[in-house]
Design a protein around this ligand. Structure first.
Ligand SMILES: [Zn+2]
Ligand SMILES: [Zn+2]
Length: 246
């Protein structure tokens, strides 16, 4: 399995990276995890949008879903869309919400996407076995575990401290975890992880490697990495356009 970071800036695009978007490839199948603000431009450095086989949206915050709008534009007007409809896995209501993001007057986006509402569960998608778990976040958000070729990758989406995410990540080869919160007092619960908490999730789940992501532009990434690595040494901070073999 190969993971390419299209965007890893937390909560908003940053000067050096779009917001959340990850391309996961196996056996020629291309799955996008999230399509956050700014990601569609950078995506085209890596893959033609017409070659994306499926899209998974962890949740419907803007920094995880808004570049579905240019994805729709490309598929409608480029003349290069090579397939029928792209499967879109997302929380209930995504089609309505994304339609509004594109153009409320322009009708549904079901010419581009075949939408599947997700919940906690498991299914097969191309070469991947997919399993999800509800995270601790103010809106419905699902962490996802992808297994293929005997390897497994877990992406937290956005989450506060969450036992279900630890369970989902149990024994995974790679945990791609958000670490949006700096280590300061009085953080609201059930929203984001600190670097230390991301490290604790990796340690408690017994994963092989922790990849830190979703650090906002206003938070020092080196501090997030140091806090996570103090708990779980096999930690790395992802980089835009970084490629990781799972
Ligand atoms: Zn986010
Ligand atoms: Zn969020």
């Amino acid at each position: 399995m190969r993971l390419t970071v299209i965007g890893c800036s937390g909560s908003a695009p940053g000067p050096d990276s779009p917001a959340s978007c990850y391309l996961v490839e196996h056996d020629g199948y291309r799955l996008l995890l999230d399509l956050g603000s700014g990601a569609f431009g950078t995506l085209q450095q890596v893959v033609s949008p017409g070659d994306v086989d499926a899209v998974f949206l962890s949740h419907l915050h803007a920094d995880h879903c808004l570049d579905v709008a240019p994805f729709v534009v490309w598929h409608r007007y480029s003349g290069q869309a090579s397939r029928d409809r792209v499967p879109l896995y997302a929380p209930v209501g995504a089609d309505r919400r994304l339609r509004l993001a594109y153009d409320a007057a322009d009708g549904p986006i079901d010419d581009v996407f075949e939408t599947f509402a997700i919940g906690p569960g498991e299914w097969e998608l191309g070469p991947f076995h997919v399993a999800t778990a509800r995270t601790a976040h103010p809106v419905e958000c699902h962490a996802v575990r992808l297994t293929a070729g005997g390897r497994s990758l877990v992406y937290t989406g956005d989450t506060g401290v969450c036992a279900a995410v630890v369970d989902l990540a149990r024994g995974a080869d790679v945990l791609l975890a958000e670490a949006a919160y700096p280590d300061v007092p009085d953080l609201p619960p059930d929203l984001h992880l600190t670097g230390r908490e991301a490290g604790e999730h990796a340690r408690d789940a017994g994963v092989g490697r922790l990849l830190l992501t979703h650090v906002p532009p206003w938070v020092d990434p080196a501090g997030q990495l140091a806090d996570a690595a103090a708990v779980f040494p096999a930690t790395e901070l992802v980089q835009p356009l970084g490629v990781y073999t799972v």
